[in-house]
Design a protein around this ligand. Sequence first.
Ligand code: SAM
Length: 274
Amino acid sequence: MNPAAIGGGFNPNIPNAARMYDYFLGGKDNLPVDREAAQQVLRYVPEVPIGIRENRGFLQRAVRYLAGQGIRQFLDIGAGLPTQRNVHQVAAEYAPGARTVYVDNDLQVLAHARALLQDSPLVLVAEGDLRRPEEIMRDPDIRRHLDFDQPIAVLLLAIVHFIPDSDDPKGIIARIRDSLVPGSHIALSHVVIDERPQAAPGVERVYQSASAPFVARMSDQVTPFFDGLELADPGVVNLHEWRPDIHHFTPRLEQVGAYFLCGVGRVPERPSGS
Ligand SMILES: C[S@@+](CC[C@H](N)C(=O)[O-])C[C@H]1O[C@@H](n2cnc3c(N)ncnc32)[C@H](O)[C@@H]1O
């Protein structure tokens, strides 16, 4: 992969992970190059659009749950292109007055998000890269918008599978966890390849030429990302199994094994003296 292709600005010639996601969701903010790459992914894993819709469902249930836990501040890293029922809109329903920061490293995402999401003083869109979490946590604009002395929910949804092992995703998440006060939460979702290991090399190859590299991981490589957090019930499970709404039924997913894991964990109290 061309390192210059990671994140960065608008380039109509390389597939863009955010625009491919938009295409899978049925959106219109994508280009021929994205649709071609997405079609290649679909040849390997036809269920991707179902999984992605489930991921958006998890986002909404997680924000609702977090609001119920008293969370009034959301930091959504890898926010993606605006779509329906974005974090601050769900938060406004269940926690009026909640403040949201959307972070992404893709300049096109940031431009769209500033135009469509930054519609109230409660919302801030900021450039940042998950591979450098300290820069996000220390960003003066973000710190003016969020009070880091109060609990914050950090959302890492469908982003950590774009962080290669060489960037130490487990360490990144631990550093974020340790920079938050107890009572804060981290919500995370991550594609897993347990059921389709044979498709993984093909999907990784498609994303090699894209704006972010997809990293295929098995469940047992993803569950350690939640280490050091107090997991909310039901723990780390498939998207459709996480606190499903009463009418939630996804027939094509009911029988499959692990395909896209998620969970929400609370930052615990620290032993006194630490
Ligand atoms: C698949 S989208 C997920 C959007 C949203 N979080 C969701 O779950 O619906 C992944 C987003 O992560 C962003 N991204 C990828 N690598 C990133 C990084 N290292 N730092 C910040 N954003 C990144 C991409 O630009 C893209 O907008």
